[in-house]
Design a protein around this ligand. Structure first.
Ligand SMILES: NC(=O)c1ccc[n+]([C@@H]2O[C@H](COP(=O)([O-])OP(=O)(O)OC[C@H]3O[C@@H](n4cnc5c(N)ncnc54)[C@H](O)[C@@H]3O)[C@@H](O)[C@H]2O)c1
Length: 277
């Protein structure tokens, strides 16, 4: 059994149906946290990979319960402020205190900036940047009202700090999140609420099954060469070239716990060294 360093805490995770969000729910629960699991739970974005389903979200909660923790599944699109307000009201009944908020839901998109349709740009900014803003605006007041401090963890990316070619809308949205994290770290410090980001490198999730990106970025063409000039890990990667989502969960659980009690405003890369270049 893992050390129960999150015992007595409640953590809310968005994008919890599968991928990194689910891995975070299970790690936080394994360390003692009860879980509010939120996902859009429907294929409501224009993307070429599977988004989370309601069934998967229920599976996440069932796994949390198997670990002996309480969990609740709520469907909400983080672009929809009314749906988030409803999720606040629904989760408050059984989970009145909120200690940890993992704003993880997000989407990927590839393409040259000059060829990016405005609809793609708008969708990526609406989900990754405005959706994260909506999530924090909806739930952070619960933490403040609880009066016990808290930890907000935003899922950014190496694209939050690097100009990875062919990820213009995505990089703009994730760079925006870094600004939001640093400003919030200052504005919420008086409530002992810490705000940090995790910045994953290549993680094996349904998002990375998107064939539109790899088609552009793999092989030895000029695009791949340009991309790999920015996106090149130092450490050997597992076979297949992707890290397991659990690797990011380790950083999330540290940021959620009191072991990082004086850490705020930080971007924590879990990228096998991409950021070190
Ligand atoms: N996979 C990677 O290589 C990688 C690398 C860096 C950063 N990230 C970031 O990690 C986060 C999680 O990604 P993942 O790899 O697990 O992706 P994923 O697509 O496998 O999972 C994302 C989950 O978020 C949900 N979601 C998407 N849009 C939503 C919305 N508007 N409202 C509510 N839920 C929504 C989806 O249904 C899905 O369950 C994202 O913010 C992503 O940008 C991923």
């Amino acid at each position: 059994m893992m050390e129960q360093r999150l015992a007595g805490k409640t953590a809310l995770v968005t994008g919890a149906a599968h991928g990194q969000g689910r891995a975070h729910c299970l790690r936080l629960a394994a360390e003692g946290a009860d879980i509010v699991a939120i996902d859009m739970a429907g294929q409501n974005l224009d993307v070429a990979y599977p988004l989370g389903t309601w069934k998967e979200l229920l599976e996440t909660v069932a796994e949390v319960e198997k670990l002996g923790r309480r969990g609740i599944a709520l469907s909400a699109d983080i672009r929809d402020r009314e749906a988030l307000a409803k999720a606040v009201a629904e989760s408050e009944k059984d989970f009145p205190q909120l200690d940890v908020l993992v704003a993880n839901a997000g989407m990927g998109a590839y393409g040259r900036v000059l060829e990016t349709p405005i609809e793609t740009w708008d969708q990526v900014i609406a989900v990754n940047l405005t959706g994260t803003f909506n999530t924090i605006q909806a739930f952070a007041p619960r933490m403040i009202a609880g009066g016990k401090g808290g930890s907000i963890i935003v899922t950014s990316s190496v694209s939050g700090s690097k100009g990875l070619p062919f990820t213009g809308a995505y990089a703009a949205s994730k760079h925006g999140l870094q600004g939001l994290v640093k400003v919030l770290a200052q504005e919420l410090a008086e409530h002992s609420i810490r705000v940090n980001s995790v910045n994953p490198g290549p993680i094996a999730t349904p998002l990375t099954t998107d064939k539109t990106g790899p088609a552009l970025l793999q092989g030895d063409g000029p695009e791949a060469t340009l991309f790999l000039g920015s996106f090149s890990p130092l450490l050997p990667l597992p076979e297949g070239g992707f890290l397991d989502a659990k690797e990011v969960s380790g950083a999330v659980s540290w940021l959620a716990s009191d072991d990082s009690r004086y850490v705020t405003g930080l971007a924590v890369p879990v990228d096998a060294g991409v950021m070190a270049r």
